[in-house]
Design a protein around this ligand. Structure first.
Ligand SMILES: Nc1ncnc2c1ncn2[C@@H]1O[C@H](COP(=O)(O)OP(=O)(O)OP(=O)(O)O)[C@@H](O)[C@H]1O
Length: 396
């Protein structure tokens, strides 16, 4: 489901690397002395650069990449064109609100020190301030925060009006395509729980930052899967690092994807970490039911999944009616009940009654340990090369 804006307010950032005269600019000039002085004063008190540092012009992209970014490579547009074979249709992976995504391959010959690996290259559609803000949010947040459940940003390109991002390539694409069966059979129960556990750990990590990062766009298409089905959050364009809370333009614009945003955020623009918890509840409900949160062609009563299904989550007799039939009863009964109660709590209209992501992680870990799976399929444990975990693969 594509991202929509509930309302729109242009965000005007001073874009230090855009050259209005249209000359070729690659953001590689040295930071000014005054800026570095200011920066060194700031570093003594905090360890991370925030998005607001850019809107206040206290830092430039050069300062950020020279002093703060972790293992980030700066690519030229030509280099990215080469590694994606000229953004060829054969390398095309898909398109989201930000722009098109292409598969590529990098190694030491592209940039010294670069590990040989497949990558995903995301190219920003050229459309002014908000597009640049989204690109910058990805660089500022993913360039500084590293975690096994956040997609790894390998590098970026900021040349003339080109804005691109280079990520590690995730072999199994996004959860949405698996959950709603674009590919093959239904995901087994424990694989689903494990995927959501990974995503929950990613959110928990973001929320535990000194200034919590609010992800703002949690949904299945933003959860990417590796070959062994471990999950990582991607698409940080709408994320906010907590530094923009006083910015009038920011607080006025409500953004996200229809069906996932918390009610208090839609109605009053009230954005907290609990907004992410609500969105997590929506995805958990989608995982339990294999139904999309909003679907036009469902009956009026069932159109909004949350409104229709939430009352049934706490009633074990009704619960069975909404569980994904393609699971064919192959799940832990206790596990599915616990997951349903967890979804119910995350979807509370009162933000304060929702659990924190730390509690969600603990609950999902307990559910993952419940192995009383009814009529279980033959489970073949595949050791995955390079990974220290084993995962169950359903064999028909
Ligand atoms: N790192 C990656 N590895 C493999 N595939 C990726 C990667 N990043 C994105 N993709 C794929 O590219 C396509 C577009 O992804 P993108 O994140 O831009 O948009 P989206 O999340 O589908 O939509 P929206 O931006 O509206 O939320 C999707 O099919 C996604 O699975």
């Amino acid at each position: 489901m594509k991202r929509i804006r509930f309302s729109w307010k242009n965000i005007c950032l001073p874009i230090s690397c855009i050259n209005n005269t249209n000359q070729k600019t690659t953001c590689t000039t040295n930071p000014s002395k005054e800026r570095l002085l200011l920066l060194s004063k700031q570093t003594s008190v905090r360890s991370r650069v925030y998005l607001s540092d850019f809107s206040n012009s206290t830092i430039s992209l050069n300062d950020l990449s020279n002093s703060y970014l972790i293992d980030i490579h700066i690519f030229t547009f030509e280099e990215l064109k080469t590694i994606t074979q000229g953004f060829s249709k054969y390398n095309y992976l898909g398109e989201g609100g930000f722009g098109e995504v292409y598969k590529g391959f990098v190694d030491n010959s592209v940039k010294t020190g670069l590990k040989a690996q497949p990558v995903a290259v995301k190219a920003l559609k050229r459309e002014g301030g908000q597009g640049h803000r989204e690109w910058l949010a990805e660089v500022v947040i993913l360039g500084q925060l590293k975690h096994p459940n956040l997609v790894n940003l390998i590098g970026y390109c900021c040349e003339d009006d080109h804005r691109l991002l280079v990520y590690e390539y995730m072999e199994r694409g996004n959860l949405e395509d698996h959950l709603f069966q674009k590919y093959g059979g239904a995901l087994p129960w424990l694989t689903r729980v494990n995927i959501l556990l990974g995503a929950a750990k990613g959110l928990d990590f973001l929320h535990k930052e000194e200034k919590p990062v609010i992800y703002r766009d949690f949904k299945p298409s933003n959860i990417l899967l590796s070959s062994d089905y471990s999950s990582k959050l991607s698409d940080f364009g709408l994320a906010t690092d907590g530094s923009e809370a006083d910015d009038a333009d920011f607080t006025k614009s409500v953004m996200g994807t229809e069906g996932y945003a918390a009610p208090e955020y839609i109605s009053a623009g009230h954005l907290t970490t609990m907004s992410d918890v609500f969105s997590f509840g929506v995805v958990l409900l989608e995982m339990l039911t294999a139904r999309k949160t909003v679907k036009k062609y469902r009956s009026q009563r069932e159109r909004n999944l949350v409104e229709w299904a939430r009352p049934m989550l706490k009633d074990p007799n009704k619960l069975e009616q909404i569980i994904d039939p393609s699971l064919e009863g192959r799940y832990s009964l206790e596990g599915i009940r616990k997951a349903a109660v967890l979804a119910y709590q995350c979807l509370s209209h009162n933000a304060k009654s929702r659990p924190t992501m730390a509690t969600v992680v603990k609950t999902l870990e307990r559910i993952l340990d419940l192995k009383d799976i009814q009529n279980g399929p033959f489970v073949y444990i595949v050791p995955v090369a390079g990974a220290n975990k084993v995962h169950d693969i359903k064999c028909n």
